[in-house]
Design a protein around this ligand. Structure first.
Ligand SMILES: *[C@@H]1O[C@H](CO)[C@@H](O)[C@H](O)[C@H]1NC(C)=O
Ligand SMILES: *[C@@H]1O[C@H](CO)[C@@H](O)[C@H](O)[C@H]1NC(C)=O
Ligand SMILES: *[C@@H]1O[C@H](CO)[C@@H](O)[C@H](O)[C@H]1NC(C)=O
Ligand SMILES: *[C@@H]1O[C@H](CO)[C@@H](O)[C@H](O)[C@H]1NC(C)=O
Ligand SMILES: *[C@@H]1O[C@H](CO)[C@@H](O)[C@H](O)[C@H]1NC(C)=O
Ligand SMILES: *[C@@H]1O[C@H](CO)[C@@H](O)[C@H](O)[C@H]1NC(C)=O
Ligand SMILES: *[C@@H]1O[C@H](CO)[C@@H](O)[C@H](O)[C@H]1NC(C)=O
Length: 369
């Protein structure tokens, strides 16, 4: 009970600190807040008729719909430009014509390639993974603490790299002008491989910034705890580290998990930071399935489940409103129920049976990796 109260208090303080941060960044004396919406009509992934399970971002040109835009008439009267060049011009026009409190950005939201924790979850089964194995650092042969990419995960990131290379050479796609990456190793690796060896504009090199708030759902799974800063700097020397990034992971939990509402507040906080401080239009965010889903939710995008290694662009309209933001309810971190020994699992029923005989519904130990 005491530790739960402490956890709730700690969670509240964490969010107060970050929301205070977001407000300071804007440095405006009057109250204002940003609201987001995803602009439909440009990408297949925005349509509720698109099957997210079978959607193939590689085969579909990152989902960009073939069409003409209002801005084409002036920009490409003879129809010489590629779809991506005309899309970039269309977004440029949208920004040019919008009131000063409205901005448009294209976010490439990517999930890391398959990590050892993904393979282990498949191997043990999700109920057993959630209620027991995910709390271990690994087993005798595999480590899933701050999981690294498997060979398959590396290959998925290489697929993304090939897609960028092809779209740069065939369509002159506008590559990201800013790169942000979760501090978990699988994302640091995914970004490295995805953007390696591309002919990027000299003014927009691949120098990703490591952002604590882009990490996966904060919980009791060791795969979602990060390595120390010394390790990150030594392993990814070209990356930039956000100010205030701590040496050790202070957010990982031993017994409680971030709720969806708490995670969405975290996602809103980082989006506010990016939209208030980054003047670029095309941003790349390398993150996780759970955090990707949370970002999409805050952006007002339809639910879209990212497969390992998947990347989807989203055209975002951000409106800065004056006044106080609408009140949202943020639920405190919740305790997790787990087994103390390897469980006897029953995947068919979606529950985890502890060796003591107690049964844990798999939903109790929520896992979004
Ligand atoms: C899909 O979107 C259309 C219009 O955007 C809406 O009318 C329809 O109800 C949506 N369908 C579902 C299943 O959500
Ligand atoms: C999406 O595709 C999968 C795999 O083919 C299929 O099982 C599922 O029913 C489809 N979902 C919808 C909503 O059509
Ligand atoms: C979109 O246009 C490209 C280039 O003209 C073409 O190769 C591709 O097949 C088109 N895609 C669809 C879905 O029509
Ligand atoms: C460790 O877990 C992996 C699942 O990722 C499995 O393939 C391997 O056989 C396990 N090793 C041992 C010693 O149980
Ligand atoms: C590629 O696009 C950029 C900006 O979108 C433009 O400045 C450049 O001229 C284009 N390059 C080619 C070869 O079309
Ligand atoms: C990827 O990491 C390797 C090994 O640290 C490094 O040599 C390479 O420059 C990195 N590439 C990029 C694009 O960050
Ligand atoms: C930092 O992380 C590395 C890699 O996980 C580890 O070897 C090292 O001991 C850690 N340093 C400290 C001070 O914990």
């Amino acid at each position: 009970m005491v530790s739960k109260t402490f956890a709730i208090l700690f969670g509240a303080i964490f969010f107060l600190l970050f929301s205070a941060d977001a407000q300071q960044l804007k440095q405006k004396p009057i109250a204002e807040y940003i609201s987001y919406s995803s602009v439909p009509g440009y990408f297949l992934q925005d349509l509720n008729t698109t099957n997210t399970t079978t959607f193939d971002f590689v085969a579909t040109n990152f989902g960009l719909i073939n069409q003409t835009y209002p801005a084409d008439a002036q920009f490409d009267p003879t129809g010489q430009k590629s779809q991506w060049e005309r899309f970039a011009n269309q977004v440029f026009r949208l920004n040019l014509q919008s009131p000063s409190n409205v901005q448009y950005k294209v976010l490439f939201i990517g999930r890391h390639g398959e990590g050892y924790h993904n393979a282990a979850e498949t191997y043990f089964g999700t109920p057993a993974w959630n209620c027991y194995y995910a709390q271990l650092d690994g087993n005798a042969t595999v480590t899933w603490f701050d999981a690294h990419l498997t060979a398959n995960g590396i290959s998925q990131a290489q697929t993304v790299n090939s897609l960028w290379a092809r779209l740069i050479s065939t369509q002159n796609i506008t590559t990201p002008q800013s790169y942000y990456v979760s501090p978990l190793t699988r994302c640091l690796q995914t970004a490295n491989i995805s953007f390696s060896g591309l002919s990027l504009p000299a003014s927009y090199p691949f120098v990703p910034e490591v952002r604590e708030l882009l990490r996966e759902g904060i919980d009791i799974h060791t795969c979602d705890s990060r390595s120390n800063l010394t390790y990150i700097k030594a392993s990814f020397p070209g990356y930039s580290i956000e100010p205030g990034f701590t040496e050790f992971d202070l957010l990982f939990r031993q017994s409680t998990s971030e709720t969806t509402t708490a995670q969405n507040l975290r996602s809103k906080t980082i989006l506010d930071q990016l939209f208030s401080t980054d003047g670029n239009t095309v941003l790349s965010l390398t993150t996780h399935s759970g955090e990707g889903a949370s970002l999409l939710s805050v952006l007002g995008h339809i639910p879209f489940s990212l497969a390992t290694g998947a990347v989807i662009p989203v055209l975002v309209e951000a409106v800065t409103n004056s006044g106080s933001p609408p009140v949202t309810t943020v639920l405190p971190y919740t305790s997790q129920i787990v087994c103390n020994q390897p469980p006897v699992t029953s995947q068919a029923t979606g529950t985890c049976v502890c060796s003591s005989g107690s049964t844990i519904p798999t939903g109790e130990a929520r896992r979004l990796a």
